[in-house]
Write a protein that binds this ligand. Structure first.
Ligand code: URA
Length: 436
């Protein structure tokens, strides 16, 4: 078999066989197939798609590209969660400690920023010393002792996805249902959790811009999960405007900590309560979502979620003092307010434009391996449906340089729409997809 023939077959819109997919994935993971061939193949998949069967073969091949964890010897049941990617989505950082505080173990393998969407690992690494490169043995041992892990893809687990993910980030090949589904589900299968909550975003700041596409992605991932014996629920959530206020790595870390301190923005708190409630039901710690949400509210009120975040940071080598003093996280040297040009009602805060602007400020990558700047980003001060007055702050830009600030100013000035007519706030959720 030759890699070029597999690329050509996909370019011509033909269906790949399981052996061809396995050959390509293994070859890429081992370094026998170079980045340029993998990029061409990923672009062919993006343009021509894959059948549900091909996507399942791709997922299994990526999950099999490294070791797979068996958590049954460590905990009775572990849940995992994953977001399909959005702007301001720091949910895992607040939800993992909350779920653990409610008595359910969580073993989660997260990703880095992808295109305009931020990544949990980059956010966590804004805490000095925090390690996201746990080995398989470290992952298992921490899950057993602490009941909670928030790590990256080590070289041991789903390494093919780790490589392909970094490549897709910088080759315009993120927005593909089969590539996203296989990327997410291969990590989830390799990490071994028996129950998985998928947060599938839809809107201009998501990879699936329409609800129909998001539903398709959700159903595909739920069916791949069922084939692998996992119990999977997908929640469809809004990403037409950024989630919460903070966009950018240290800013989002701060917001997640503030949320666990009981001072989070209303939409983000609501999002975290719902996701925690769903995870508690999936993990059999609550019978209903309402009961799960109540448990989550309790963990917020008593501060036990915050205590578990400290334990997580300590276990993974981070500076625990920043959890008590989030202001010690990196701050950008320049802060500039962008004001409303007129009074009226906010009809749009375009999440995509905010996310892309954050990348240019330095919060994301333009090329593989680029360093990110933890301090930069954007504070989003308004939500769709809000009434604003002329001159009221819409955004605060946190920049390192005048040149990127000036880009951010011009880009963000077109990111909101304000009209005289009142408008409704956006919903947070659009429904659930599960195997029932
Ligand atoms: N999250 C992932 O892990 N992979 C994707 O492709 C998109 C979101």
């Amino acid at each position: 078999m030759r890699a070029v023939e597999i690329i050509e077959k996909k370019r011509d819109g033909l269906e790949l066989t399981q052996p061809e997919i396995e050959f390509f994935v293994q070859g890429y993971a081992l370094g026998d197939i170079p980045d340029y061939q993998a990029s061409a193949w990923a672009m062919a998949v993006l343009l021509n798609g894959m059948s549900a069967e091909e996507t399942t073969f791709l997922t299994l091949a990526m999950a099999d590209s490294g070791e797979k964890l068996d958590l049954s010897g460590v905990v009775d049941i572990a849940v995992d969660k994953h977001s399909s990617g959005g702007v301001g989505d720091k949910t895992s950082i607040a939800v993992v400690p909350l779920v653990r505080a409610c008595g359910l173990p969580v073993g989660k393998m997260s990703g880095r920023g992808l295109g305009f969407s931020g990544g949990t690992l980059d956010k966590l690494e804004s805490i000095p010393g925090f390690r996201t490169d746990l080995t398989k043995d470290e992952f298992l041992s921490q899950l057993g002792s602490l009941g909670m892990v928030l790590s990256g893809q080590s070289v041991d687990l789903a390494p093919a996805d780790g490589k392909l993910y970094a490549l897709r980030d910088v080759t315009g090949t993120v927005q593909s249902i089969p590539l996203i589904a296989s990327s997410i589900m291969s990590k989830k299968i390799a990490a071994g959790a028996q129950a998985i909550l998928l947060d599938v975003k839809t809107g201009n700041g998501a990879f699936m811009t329409t609800l129909e596409e998001a539903r398709k992605l959700a159903s595909l991932m739920v069916s791949i999960g069922a084939l692998s014996g996992r119990s999977v629920t997908a929640i469809l959530s809004d990403m037409n405007q950024p989630l919460g206020e903070a966009v950018g790595n240290a800013l989002e870390m701060k917001e997640a900590i503030h949320t666990l301190m009981g001072r989070g923005p209303a939409d983000f708190v609501e999002h975290c309560l719902e996701i925690t409630g769903q995870m508690l039901v999936l993990g059999h710690r609550a019978d209903t979502i309402a009961e799960g949400r109540k448990m989550a509210e309790g963990a917020l009120e008593t501060g036990s979620g915050l205590e578990y975040l400290k334990k997580l940071v300590e276990a993974q080598g981070g500076d625990v003092a920043v959890v008590d003093h989030p202001d010690r996280l990196a701050e950008a040297p320049i802060k500039a307010v962008i004001e409303a040009p007129q009074s009226g009602y906010v009809h749009e805060v375009n999440a995509r434009q905010v996310g892309e602007t954050a990348v240019v400020l330095g919060a994301g990558r333009s090329k593989k391996g680029d360093e990110i700047d933890p301090a930069v980003g954007i504070s989003v001060m308004v939500k769709v449906g809000d009434r604003v007055e002329d001159g009221q702050p819409l955004f605060v830009v946190h920049a390192r340089e005048e040149s990127t600030l000036s880009y951010a100013r011009s880009r963000l000035s077109g990111a909101t729409k304000i009209f005289d007519k009142a408008c409704e706030p956006l919903p947070l959720f659009y429904g659930l997809v599960n195997s029932d």
